[in-house]
Design a protein around this ligand. Structure first.
Ligand code: ATP
Ligand code: MG
Length: 372
């Protein structure tokens, strides 16, 4: 046993350590050097501790210069006189690791900065945003940035659902819905410069308050948005099913689609697959057009129907499942404010409960295959 200890100690001491403390790099502490030469070097000022009479291992107190001169299995500790009275502040220490900035971003820009502009910048011009089923506009702000604008209207689109969708996406930790906020414009400002037929349609369909103002959802413009026409493709449908191998390179898209299905279910957005509502920019799916979300849900009839669409997918991203179960519902209710009515909120809670139950059952049935 004694011999074993000696061998172990010899091995340790055979390492040449001229270490500096990483936490206090300026402080010299101890030096280990191999035994060998420098015989007869001065022993003054050195306190020597003989570990074993046969091994030649010693521990000595002494200046580092001596340690460098020596090649013996000796542990050198600076003499008391050389020890600084306090640990000097390190001059060349690494900076502390930078704090991770977890503030939400959309396509690289901080949401809070995007919203600060969207919600307050002065409008330079307003133009129609294509034809289609709803009244929608495109504004240019004085700084040149742009936004899609969906005004409060009697049919098809609910501006509140657009903004609530953005808030829900953030509560779920998703960064795929362009930031948006509610702004009020005068009906006159919205109609100025519009073609005659659109002005007439606005007269009939805009919801205008007693001051002649219209509430709108102002939605961050996404440049390079491309219609994916997923409703016309069917390659992705089988890949949402458990047991189906997902080809390499398709994981991300499959996760984006299953996320969209869960997102739409929670929102009660039944208008995803009618055409033109699956889009991407720079290879990332961007979820736009959530204006059909929420609304009446008598006896949860719409929610029950939408559950069938949710069940197209049997696989969901792990982080999304986690967010769904961790969703801070009171905070979300407060964030929604009057964007949703109490009835819509109750219906939303029903879907949260059923989405959780569905994901739980999937995990139980396919523990290894239901989470992406
Ligand atoms: N935030 C945006 N950034 C860039 N383009 C947008 C944005 N919002 C809408 N668009 C463009 O306008 C089109 C119509 O928008 P959206 O689908 O939201 O409205 P809609 O009411 O469904 O109209 P439609 O009946 O034409 O589909 C989109 O397909 C897209 O090309
Ligand atoms: Mg659309």
């Amino acid at each position: 046993m004694k011999l074993f200890r000696l061998i172990l100690l010899s091995l340790i001491c055979s390492l040449s350590v001229e270490g500096r403390s990483t936490s206090s790099p300026n402080v010299r502490t101890a030096y280990l050097h191999e035994s060998g030469g420098a015989a007869g070097s001065p022993q003054t000022n050195l306190a020597s501790l003989q570990v074993s009479g046969t091994s030649g291992l010693t521990m000595q107190l002494g200046p580092r210069s001596e340690a460098l001169l020596r090649r013996s299995h000796r542990l050198f500790v600076p003499p008391i006189s050389e020890l600084p009275p306090f640990e000097p502040s390190p001059t060349d220490v690494e900076p502390p690791p930078s704090v991770v900035d977890s503030r939400p971003r959309f396509r690289g820009e901080l949401d809070e900065e995007v919203l600060a502009k969207l919600c307050s910048l002065q409008v330079k011009s307003i133009r129609p945003l294509g034809g289609g089923s709803s009244i929608k506009l495109r504004v240019t702000f004085v700084d040149g940035s742009q936004a899609a604008v969906k005004p409060n209207q009697l049919r098809i689109t609910r501006y509140q659902a657009e903004v609530a969708a953005y808030k829900l996406s953030r509560a779920l930790g998703l960064a795929v819905v362009p930031p948006s906020c509610v702004r009020t414009f005068s009906k006159e400002a919205l109609q100025t410069g519009m073609p005659k037929d659109l002005r007439e349609r606005m007269d009939q369909e805009l919801v205008v308050d007693e001051h002649g103002n219209v509430k709108t959802a102002v939605i961050q413009w996404v440049s390079g948005l491309r219609n994916m026409k997923l409703e016309q493709a069917d390659w992705w449908r089988p890949l949402l099913k458990t047991g189906e191998p997902i080809p390499s390179g398709k994981h991300k898209r499959v996760a984006e689609i299953s996320t969209l299905l869960l997102f739409d279910y929670l929102l009660l957005n039944f208008d995803r697959w009618s055409g033109g509502n699956t889009t991407e920019a720079d290879g990332e799916m961007i979820y736009i057009d959530q204006g059909a979300g929420f609304g009446p849900d008598k006896k949860h009839g719409h929610s029950r129907l939408m559950l069938k669409t949710l069940k197209w997918s049997e696989r969901f991203p792990r982080h999304l499942a986690h967010s769904l179960f961790q969703l801070d519902l009171p905070a979300l209710r407060a964030d929604f404010g009057d964007l949703v009515t109490d009835e819509e909120w109750e219906s939303f809670l029903y879907r949260v409960e059923h989405a959780r139950a569905y994901l739980k059952s999937l995990k139980k049935q396919h523990p290894k295959d239901s989470l992406l």
